[in-house]
Design a binder for this molecule. Structure first.
Ligand code: DGL
Length: 264
């Protein structure tokens, strides 16, 4: 089991930001990445659909013999993971819980902002998760749907991105938050404009980084840690758009070796 790959899935391309952090911290592992590019986005779909898609994605990864599943998609983590954790025996790590823990650890005034897709924010997963650990914390949540296409277009540090970020995030200025959770796979790419919009006094929590740290802990706890591999990974997609490699390599920060088309 120790030598099995780590399975990572996302609604599409964005989970490569999580894979990037996993590769950086776990050089002795191998990875299987599944991006559900045929059915992306998840952020605008109903919870029932996100749960169904996520279940199918996990079954696909299980058939490949993975030892652990990382739900790299915030929407799937928020809407589907609590239910799906009860259905499968293998360890699963989502991006929501690590983000929540990091936000509470970082925040001094316990006034925390959350940004994500419409589905993530509507699910209340971050809001409830923070409150369940610290009932006195104040949480302010906002969906920022235009950040996803901006990141994919590569408009991550220009006037348009600045304008959109300022418009979305203006309300956080009045809330006196000191911490903001980037609760979507795509948002780490926009951290410069997001940081500019909320101001220097606000710490940005990158769920991808926090998730990778949690995966290390879970592997150690379950004695699943491997040093046998060399950080190799294979990418499976449910649709291969012509732009995938170019955008994906930008998200991952390196070349994507093998891409295979599958249906789940
Ligand atoms: N991966 C999704 C998330 O992190 C963003 C894209 C989508 O809506 O599917 O929530």
């Amino acid at each position: 089991m120790k030598n099995g790959a780590i399975g990572v899935f996302d609604s599409g391309i964005g989970g490569l930001t999580v894979l990037k952090e996993l590769l950086a911290r776990l050089p002795g592992e191998s990875f299987v990445y599944f991006g559900d590019t045929a059915r992306v986005p998840y952020g605008t779909k109903s919870p029932e659909t996100v749960i169904r898609f996520s279940r199918e994605n996990i079954s696909f990864l299980l058939d490949l013999g993975v030892k652990l599943v990382v739900v790299a998609c915030n929407t799937a983590s928020a809407e589907a993971l609590p239910k799906l954790k009860r259905e499968y025996a293998l360890p699963m790590v989502g991006v929501t819980e690590p983000g929540i823990r990091a936000a509470l650890a970082q925040s001094n005034n316990k006034r925390i902002g959350i940004i994500g897709t419409a589905g993530t924010i509507r699910s209340g997963a971050y809001q409830k998760g923070i409150k369940s650990i610290d009932p006195a914390a104040e949480v302010f949540a906002k969906s920022c749907p235009l950040f996803v296409p901006l990141a994919e277009e590569g408009w991550v540090d220009n006037e348009i991105a600045d304008l959109i970020a300022r418009e979305y995030l203006r309300e956080f200025k009045e809330r006196d938050i000191d911490t903001l959770v980037l609760g979507c796979t795509h948002y780490p790419l926009l951290r410069t404009v997001i940081g500019r919009a909320v101001g220097d006094g606000v710490t940005l929590v990158d769920s991808a980084v926090e998730t990778a740290k949690q995966v290390v802990e879970v592997l150690e706890t379950n004695r699943l840690f491997s040093r046998e591999h060399a950080g190799e990974f294979i990418t499976y997609l449910s649709d291969i758009a012509p732009s995938f490699r170019e955008i994906g390599e930008r998200f991952l920060g390196r070349a994507i070796p093998a891409i295979e088309l599958v249906s789940v």
